[in-house]
Design a protein around this ligand. Structure first.
Ligand code: SF4
Ligand code: SF4
Length: 391
């Protein structure tokens, strides 16, 4: 069993692996069978483990005392409820309950026992919750628990072993689809397996920009675009623009219609596939896109208007999205090919494709070579615009 003092560092090393395994369980595990596996391992491992030598759970959290336990706990400690609160407790930030004033928990004694004995809170008795039902829907909190509790850590490791031998034709097919860049099929599969909320959690974990910096987004935020249309789910655009003194108004697929005067000077950011902040807004499947294009006229009309009234710079865009394709084709049909010219900065595009995009969409490609410097040339292009704007 892993040592309580080293568990956090070891869990951090396995963070990616654990997250992948959690996604694997979400997609493949049977809820009842998984509960049984957790329960079985919980009983087996706790039977041989002396929690008083660990007490990480009491050291790393403040004790949380429900308000209805106060009288009973005070009686157990042979003090008044007022004394219990005055000596040990403070109100939790949210809700009616109390928490101990300090971390490690004020009720933790030197011998590792809890001063509240059998009166310890239910949440402490149940920790690390590995014998509780519905583990499949609590896998995210288990990822936090395995950074604290050696037994929970070991349970998760054992589960990895148990599941590693499963024949997995589906995973093979997922890998094949990934190699073939068939992202729409993969997205539909993941959405079906995980459900909208879990799926947006995965996106948030993978794409979250908390604490991250994006030099390219920083450059883009320095260019006074009239609007941004993005297929990304993250918040880089909003964060970099706000750091640059420009507020954004995020517009999600179901709510794309906004009058310019209601923007109050904010930069409209059309998140045409939704945002991970709002799970219900995520649109990734053909069915979802079909619904927007054919049953939500606002979506279609708003995007058409922006593409018709403005010159658009496509940056980091691969021209694989059926909705953008449909809208551009619609404009071409309406205008009989006489549309406003747009520009696209694209890596390694040959003359045939350049001619194709110009003819089919009236998009002028600015191609750059990635062989020696990757995408540095694209950044250089933006730096140039920013420099010219500053002169
Ligand atoms: S429940 Fe887990 S974290 Fe708490 S003392 Fe026991 S092994 Fe340690
Ligand atoms: S109340 Fe007792 S069991 Fe709960 S965290 Fe505090 S010391 Fe640990």
């Amino acid at each position: 069993m892993i040592h309580p003092d080293t568990i956090r560092a070891e869990a951090k090393k396995k963070e990616n692996e654990n997250f992948k395994f959690r996604t694997f369980l979400k997609c493949h595990a049977d809820e009842k069978e998984l509960d049984w596996q957790f329960l079985h391992l919980h009983k087996e491992l706790f039977a041989d483990y002396d929690c008083s030598k660990c007490r990480n759970c009491c050291k790393m959290y403040k004790g949380s005392i429900p308000v209805e336990d106060i009288d009973r706990d005070a009686q157990y400690l042979e003090i008044t409820p007022e004394q219990l609160i005055g000596i040990y407790l403070e109100k939790e930030e949210y809700g009616m309950n109390y928490q101990t004033k300090h971390k490690p928990c004020d009720f933790l004694q030197e011998n590792g026992n809890c001063k509240l004995g059998d009166c310890k809170p239910d949440s402490c008795k149940k920790y690390p919750y590995t014998d509780q039902p519905e583990r499949l829907s609590s896998l995210l909190s288990i990822l936090d628990t395995i950074e604290i509790c050696p037994v929970a850590f070991e349970i998760f490791e054992r589960l990895k072993e148990e599941y590693s031998n499963l024949p997995n034709r589906e995973l093979d097919e997922v890998e094949k689809l990934l190699c073939e860049d068939k992202y729409m099929i993969l997205a539909a599969y993941c959405l079906r397996k995980l459900g909208a909320y879990e799926f947006s959690d995965v996106l948030k974990q993978k794409l979250s920009c908390n604490g991250k910096k994006s030099y390219t987004h920083g450059l883009l935020a320095k260019i006074p675009f009239r609007a941004v249309i993005t297929t990304n789910f993250d918040l880089f655009i909003e964060q970099t623009n706000s750091a640059n003194g420009r507020m954004c108004k995020t517009l999600l697929p179901n709510d794309m219609n906004i009058a310019e005067e209601r923007l109050g000077g904010a930069l409209p950011v059309f998140k045409i596939h939704g945002s991970y902040e709002t799970p219900d807004s995520i649109v990734l499947t053909k069915a979802g896109i079909r619904e927007l294009l054919f049953n939500k006229p606002q979506y279609n009309e708003t995007l058409k208007r922006y593409f018709t009234e403005n010159t658009v710079l496509f940056y980091g865009y691969s021209f694989n999205d059926p909705d953008i394709d449909f809208i551009l084709q619609g404009i071409m049909a309406d205008k009989k090919g006489l549309t406003r010219k747009h520009y696209a900065l694209l890596p390694n595009v040959g003359e045939i494709e350049i001619a194709y995009l110009l003819q089919e969409y009236n998009i002028q490609v600015i191609s750059y070579d990635t062989e020696n410097d990757g995408h540095l040339a694209a950044r250089g292009f933006l730096e140039n615009i920013v420099q010219q704007l500053q002169q």
